[in-house]
Write a protein that binds this ligand. Structure first.
Ligand SMILES: [Fe+2]
Length: 192
């Protein structure tokens, strides 16, 4: 179990533990979403300063908390202007994310066909999520892209995952409407 000490960290962990203690996935993700929105609105939690530092060549992932007992983790992500992800899955894990600063452009995708190692997706509407908002996903509805659409501002979000997500599948466009699948290891950036 790793817990970083930052203003409101104890309150954050207590609130997350309580939400994850719900009995089934829909109740857990809904409780987490409500909890994150409440904490952000009340400005009860100040994420560590390092979470507001971008990395130049990738979006930064910093683990703030991992509960072995309740089997979930909290990862702060920092995206510089224009930094985003290809279509990816969530390794079958539910996830709730709250936007702390900046804006995220999120596009969910449905997997509509899979054949001969190729995949086809359809977008399901892009949304812009601003500070204080939170969203969730539950597999099999787990495919999406996330982009910081700003020209100048960073975007900071806190992602709560079932378990520790150490790898996921990313999908590369073939140019003919189909995608190829690659497994990608997810690394963590340093916290300080
Ligand atoms: Fe994601």
């Amino acid at each position: 179990m790793l817990t970083l000490d930052f203003p409101g960290s104890r309150r954050l962990v207590d609130a997350l533990d309580a939400a994850v203690g719900e009995r089934e996935e829909t109740a857990i993700t809904e409780a987490l979403r409500t909890t994150l929105c409440r904490l952000m609105r009340a400005k009860d939690v100040a994420l560590p300063d390092c979470c507001f530092e971008r990395a130049s060549d990738h979006y930064a992932r910093r683990e703030l908390y991992r509960s072995e007992d309740l089997d979930y983790s909290g990862i702060a992500m920092t995206r510089g202007p224009g930094q985003g992800t290809p279509i990816h899955d969530h390794a079958g894990m539910w996830c709730v994310e709250g936007v702390w600063a900046g804006t995220l452009e999120i596009t969910p995708y449905e997997l509509v066909e899979q054949r001969d190692g190729k995949y086809r997706f359809e977008p399901r509407g892009t949304m812009n999520a601003g500070p204080g908002s939170a969203g969730s996903l539950i597999p099999p509805h787990e495919y999406h892209t996330i982009l910081n659409p700003s020209d100048e501002a960073i975007a900071v979000s806190l992602h709560i995952y079932r378990g520790a997500m150490t790898s996921c599948a990313v999908f590369r466009p073939n140019g003919d409407g189909w995608y190829a699948r690659d497994q990608r290891q997810l690394s963590l950036d340093r916290t300080h």
